[in-house]
Design a protein around this ligand. Structure first.
Ligand code: E4P
Length: 217
């Protein structure tokens, strides 16, 4: 399963990419708004650092505007994936942009029928928002399971990009269900590394080694 960072923060991205486990980035208008500065320059820098798919979202709400913005975003860097919301207008824009060969991530997916429609209009990625479903007492991972099953039934090539991840168990579940990608806030990727038994074990190995060295002199 590919791992993306859900962030527009250069420091977070620069800290995680050298670990060699990051395959791409997702941003959204809320994430980029937090950063301030020139969003085009930020997106360009992100693409240069990660050298992988980087989702940048349109803010227009009509298909024509989304297509115009999508073309402009795609001109920033070859790694840009145009993100469009799942609306009727977003679906039209996805069809047009994907027909031009642009990669499109259909975002704000909350149902399997939305995922089916996105695949039919050539989306490269579908983003089911698991955390926001969990927030309203609906099982977000159930949606991922249904989408994976539907896409497998028809060999759709749209990749399932699990979004709105809140904790490492979402990542484990996404991997168990065979999702293609999980996009996570940097803090959650950090938590994937931690286990107290690893720390305790390493401390003991090093202490035992030191003791043995001291006994030899
Ligand atoms: C992904 O592409 C979305 O930007 C993101 O995962 C939304 O997460 P949130 O529900 O934590 O805002």
């Amino acid at each position: 399963m590919k791992l993306f960072i859900d962030s527009g923060n250069l420091k977070e991205i620069e800290a995680l990419v050298p670990l060699g486990i990051i395959d791409g980035i997702t941003t959204n208008p809320s994430l980029l708004a937090k950063e301030g500065g020139d969003y085009r320059a930020i997106l360009k820098k992100i693409c240069q650092i990660v050298q992988g798919p980087t989702s940048a979202e349109v803010v227009a709400t009509d298909a024509e505007g989304m297509i115009r913005e999508g073309r402009d975003l795609a001109s920033i860097d070859e790694h840009i994936v145009v993100k469009v919301p799942f609306t009727r207008e977003g679906v039209k824009a996805c069809k047009a942009l994907s027909s031009e060969g642009k990669k499109v991530n259909v975002t704000l997916c909350f149902s399997p029928t939305q995922a089916l429609i996105a695949a039919k209009v050539g989306a490269s990625y579908i983003s089911p928002f698991v955390g926001r479903l969990d927030d309203i007492s609906t099982n977000g991972m159930q949606l991922v399971q249904e989408i994976v099953e539907i896409y497998e039934n028809y060999q759709f090539t749209t990749e399932v990009l699990v979004a709105s991840v809140r904790h490492p168990l979402h990542i484990v579940e996404a991997a168990r269900l065979g999702a293609d990608i999980c996009t996570c806030p940097a803090a959650i990727i950090d938590r994937m590394f931690n286990h107290p038994l690893t720390d305790i074990g390493l401390e003991k190995f090093l202490k035992d080694w030191e003791k043995a060295q001291a006994a030899r002199v």
